[in-house]
Design a protein around this ligand. Structure first.
Ligand code: NAG
Length: 326
């Protein structure tokens, strides 16, 4: 329970930091109440509805046992190297964790040679979930909603779900210990972005037209690199998606669903330094720094494998690897 108290302290500090640091955010919170929600039209909903797509590959992975923490990794069909590296590092099967890879169909469709390879890989590892939407960058939002729906319907007894990109370092040991310190509901944490705005510059990679999103700011959301939610929220997000129009930035989309649900994403900060535990910048590997973080960005397959021996990935890691760190 002491850890719960320190968690409350984190929350308290977070709240005060937010209050003190930015009056702007407060304005955002106040104006948020005025947003009306109504269900999407049939046609708008169809693009994101779980009923619009069928499983090409699926696995009854939670039929007999449920993991404490389910990792959902969106990955492009051709990115076999990333899947291999994750299976050998933080995604290795553990007692408390389960890792599934989520994808749509490749460009060439279901008859392509890439699809044949995927089916072989799926037979070997039984960790690939695939639905029949086209796998593309712009369709990441579809993928995210489908992942939430999969978690809610196929793995409903997991305690936590983590959406994590395939180029991320995950400190499984620290993450599990941190999550176990306190049971939570309607909870989502990650690197919170409170002041996001749509880019109206047509040449920007993140251009959003006024037609697509008329408001001039985004509600708070968590960076898509990696975020953790209590499993109850996966079902509620999937439900909320029938009120939120498709926008191609999946993390913003999730924030819009959270607004419908009245759930605020929270920061995860370390004490006493108030460092963000979800590090979305790239950092050079440093054992002492990494022991204390939950995720770090910028770990492509080769870099993950290079650190294979360092043991920070494993839930069974011995306590000793943080010795010598301050
Ligand atoms: C997204 O997926 C849908 C369903 O497969 C497809 O019709 C659409 O073309 C895809 N959009 C993009 C931009 O790839």
């Amino acid at each position: 329970m002491r850890k719960c108290q320190s968690w409350r302290l984190v929350k308290l500090l977070t709240v005060s930091a937010v209050l003190v640091l930015s009056a702007q955010i407060l304005v955002g919170v106040l104006s948020k109440e005025q947003v009306k929600t109504s269900p999407l039209s049939e046609q708008e909903h169809r693009l994101l509805s779980p009923h619009s797509y069928q499983y090409v590959l699926n696995q009854p992975l939670c039929r007999y046992t449920s993991p404490f923490l389910l990792f959902l990794v969106p990955v492009a069909p051709q990115d076999n190297a990333a899947r291999e590296a994750i299976r050998k590092t933080w995604g290795a099967p553990g007692q408390d964790t389960l890792t599934v890879f989520y994808m749509g169909v490749p460009e060439g469709g279901q008859g392509s040679s890439l699809q044949d390879k995927l089916e072989e890989e799926s037979r070997e590892h039984a960790d690939i979930i695939q639905m029949n939407f086209l796998d593309s960058y712009q369709n990441l939002t579809i993928k995210t909603v489908m992942m939430m729906n999969w978690a809610a319907t196929h793995c409903p007894r997991a305690s936590y779900v983590m959406k994590v990109d395939s180029d991320i370092f995950v400190n499984v040991f620290h993450l599990l210990r941190w999550l176990r310190s306190c049971p939570r509901q309607a909870f989502i944490t990650g690197s919170v972005i409170n002041d996001g705005r749509p880019r109206r510059d047509i040449y920007s990679k993140w251009y959003v037209s006024e037609e697509e999103y008329p408001e001039d700011s985004f509600p708070p959301y968590v960076s898509g690199a990696g975020y953790v939610l209590s499993a109850d929220l996966a079902a509620r997000i999937s439900w909320a998606s029938r009120f939120v129009r498709m926008i191609s930035m999946e993390d913003v989309y999730l924030g819009l669903c959270l607004r419908v649900l009245g759930v605020r994403p929270v920061y995860a900060l370390s004490l006493p330094t108030l460092r963000n535990l979800f590090e979305i910048r790239d950092l050079e590997y440093d054992r002492c720094t990494f022991t204390k973080l939950l995720i770090v960005n910028g770990f492509k397959a080769s870099k993950l494998l290079q650190h294979l021996g360092l043991n920070l990935f494993s839930a069974q890691r011995t306590q000793t690897s943080s010795t010598g760190c301050i």
